[in-house]
Design a protein around this ligand. Structure first.
Ligand code: PMP
Length: 450
């Protein structure tokens, strides 16, 4: 399918954007967003003829790449048949999306509440947990991102919470395991796991188990640094939740739908949460969609008693049609298996090899197509390339690294002192190698500061 850019003037597109679009997370006068003309597969391009290999998957959501023809066709077909219908009706395409999602989520997470994205999924999961337990508090990890709506931003531990932090009513934060910057000063993975679980149990004990509705965790924290937990950690958290009657919410908005080389990251650890939030990869973001997968026990709470929450566009037909086509394409084309293989055979070894040669690389970690390269000034002290939550001049080294990556034709996802290497699950060996070569070139800029 040809999606060549329609020739037009990049300056005109940028001026129109500048006139009326208010951008997320940005000082409006200080940004210069590229004018995107088109995208296909692992690439997108601008009006000036720059073509980028998309190693960000946009916001880590285009798991099946850009413009997958089967998904585009499914949206077009659904649009011709039924564009919109309220959530209160039974509709074939919505039931089919729910069936396909429930069939892939772990355990008995068999009921699906649809939202328009990740934050709304988190808001509703927390509401369900509070109503189910009758308890007020939710425990969340410092190194986390859960979304930008009211409850979700307060649950977030990432510095993006700071300007919106309303004293975080009902939220208590704890430290999860992270070997490279261990809050527990552990000397082994086992010790990190054991100490992290003890810290969590102490937190539960001092908060009062009878006041805690839920523990929310990203199965593999994404935005905060792609930290794969030790194998025993999530089973340990599950056991604590069972012991104290606490709902376990696993946030798989970023890690779910193939990103880690399995359908869900929870599958790596054999853990079944009570609630699982998803979005992004469910339909690669072609139409906004997210949701909560709900266990039989929590669903039963709302069999006779109404669930007091809803959204006008919950289970939107175009979004559901794109999810059905996406999941079927992922199955039919072995896309999850591809993500696992690329991670094991190409991306993981390639990044580790870069770490050996570039003194600025302090740590490389991840799985599937979900990796972080952590940049440091000093490998021994692990001093980050830029200070925590740096902005402006303080962030200049990372700005220089980001510019070098883009100049090499790669579009990265950069956060604080890390380059997140998160290409689509459909990435080929050749494209992965091309991306690694571009990264190799760009890391020489980081090395100047190390
Ligand atoms: N949870 C996680 C783990 C996420 O990564 C994100 C988005 N990056 C969200 C929730 C929020 O999703 P959305 O931006 O769709 O609201």
């Amino acid at each position: 399918m040809s999606t060549q850019p329609v020739p037009t003037d990049a300056a005109a597109v940028k001026a129109a954007d500048r006139a009326h679009v208010f951008h997320s997370w940005s000082a409006q006068g200080l940004i210069d967003p590229p004018a995107v003309a088109g995208a296909e597969g692992s690439y997108f391009w601008d009006y000036d003829g720059n073509r980028y290999l998309d190693f960000s998957s946009q916001l880590v959501n285009t798991n099946i790449g850009h413009q997958h023809p089967k998904v585009v066709a499914a949206i077009q077909e659904q649009a011709a048949r039924l564009c919109t219908i309220a959530p209160g009706f039974a509709v074939d395409v919505r039931s089919e999306a729910a069936r396909l999602i429930a069939g892939r989520t772990p355990g008995d997470l068999d009921k699906i509440f649809f939202t328009n994205g990740g934050a709304e999924a988190v808001e509703n999961a927390v509401r369900m947990a509070r109503l189910h337990t009758g308890r007020p508090k939710v425990l969340s990890a410092y190194r986390s991102y859960h979304g930008a709506t009211a409850a979700a931003i307060n649950l977030t531990g990432d510095p993006r919470r700071w300007p919106s932090d309303t004293a975080s009513a009902g939220v208590v934060r704890f430290w999860g395991p992270f070997r490279y910057r261990s809050p527990f000063h552990a000397e082994s993975e086992e010790q990190e796991c054991e100490r992290a679980l003890r810290h969590l149990e102490d937190t539960i004990a001092f908060e009062g188990p009878g006041t805690i509705a839920a523990i929310i965790l990203e199965t593999v924290p994404g935005t905060a640094g792609i930290m794969v937990p030790p194998p025993g950690y999530l089973p340990g958290v599950r056991a604590l939740c069972d012991r104290y009657g606490i709902v376990l919410i696993l946030d798989e908005v970023m890690a779910g739908f193939g990103r880690t080389g399995r359908w869900f990251a929870a599958d790596h650890f054999g853990v079944v949460p009570d609630l699982l939030t998803f979005a992004k990869g469910v339909n690669s973001g072609y139409v906004p969609l997210g949701g909560v997968a709900i266990s039989a026990e929590i669903a039963a709470t709302f069999e006779e008693r109404p669930y007091p929450g809803g959204l006008t566009y919950s289970g939107h037909p175009l979004a559901c049609a794109s999810a059905v086509a996406t999941i079927n394409a992922m199955d039919g084309e072995g896309i999850v298996e591809n993500a696992a293989r690329i991670g094991e055979d190409v991306l993981g070894p390639g990044l580790r090899e870069l770490a050996e040669r570039h003194p600025s690389v302090g740590d490389v970690r991840g799985l599937g197509v979900f990796w972080a390269v952590e940049l440091v000034r000093d490998r021994r002290t692990r001093e980050p390339l830029v200070p925590y939550a740096a902005t402006g001049e303080a962030n200049a080294p990372m700005a220089a690294v980001t510019a070098a990556i883009k100049a090499a034709g790669l579009w990265p996802f950069v956060n604080m002192n890390r380059v997140h290497v998160v290409p689509p699950c459909t990435i080929t060996d050749e494209e992965t190698k091309q991306g690694l070569a571009a990264l190799d070139e760009a890391l020489t800029v980081a090395d100047r500061y190390a």
